[in-house]
Design a protein around this ligand. Structure first.
Ligand SMILES: [Zn+2]
Length: 233
């Protein structure tokens, strides 16, 4: 075999191994390999060398595959964790947010005189836990200097308090009313800038609008001066 055709064949060998050469080149290479010992050796050698990268690529593809599967698993895990966390948060939000009024009979609230300050009366709870205490001030009477108000209060329970705060409240003081006639809770000013002080003189419990109002407390001095709470019940 002449050196020149050997060179040409060996140049073609990588393409031949990759099965990337033309039909004619393939025939030439195969015919030459049958005849030429040196080129056969070069061919075997080259095939060995090329096999490794191929195997390496396989291994790499395998790793890539595992990584992809792992990544997918982590993504699913993260989604599951997010869904569970979100579900719990939404659940607890719903449990705490959805409230319903508590009937006066269920609350066991009373107004008791404060032990330290005899002019204070404390709105005290002994019944079930409540989720919220709400109040609305209404005007009972108004004169030149003063607005006399009553607080209409009500409490709500939530699924949360019913499920997780089942221990009943014991003498829980939530509000204090002052019996002192000089105690004011604020003031309002009219268009002319005249100020009127605001005094809380009574408190009622009313679970829902339209339901009966229960008198919780009334300032003695107001009752004496104006009669029974301006007659709201
Ligand atoms: Zn040759």
């Amino acid at each position: 075999m002449d050196k020149q055709s050997c060179n040409i064949v060996q140049d073609l060998l990588p393409l031949y191994i990759d099965e990337a050469c033309s039909e004619e080149s393939r025939e030439v290479v195969e015919a030459h390999l049958k005849e030429c010992e040196a080129c056969r050796e070069a061919f075997e050698q080259m095939k060995e060398n090329l096999k490794f990268p191929a195997e390496h690529a396989d291994a790499k593809r395998g790793l890539e595959k595992i990584r992809k599967v792992l990544r997918k698993k982590y993504v699913i895990l993260a989604l599951v964790v997010a869904a569970v966390t979100g579900g719990c948060m939404a659940g607890s939000w719903i449990l705490q947010t959805i409230e319903e009024p508590i009937a006066y009979e269920d609350l066991k609230m009373s107004v008791v005189r404060d032990k330290k300050d005899p002019t204070l009366y404390n709105l005290t709870f002994n019944g079930e836990s409540y989720a919220g205490l709400y109040s609305e001030a209404i005007t009972l009477k108004e004169d030149k200097n003063c607005i006399y108000e009553a607080e209409i209060v009500h409490c709500n329970r939530s699924f949360w308090t019913q499920l997780f705060e089942r221990k009943p409240l014991k003498n829980a003081v939530m509000w204090s009313f002052s019996e002192n006639p000089d105690t004011t809770v604020g003031y309002v000013a009219d268009e002319k800038g005249n100020k009127k002080v605001v005094k809380t003189v009574a408190a009622y419990y009313q679970a829902t609008p339209g339901s009966p109002r229960y008198l919780l407390w009334e300032a003695d001095w107001y009752k004496k001066a104006h009669g029974k709470s301006g007659g709201i019940v």
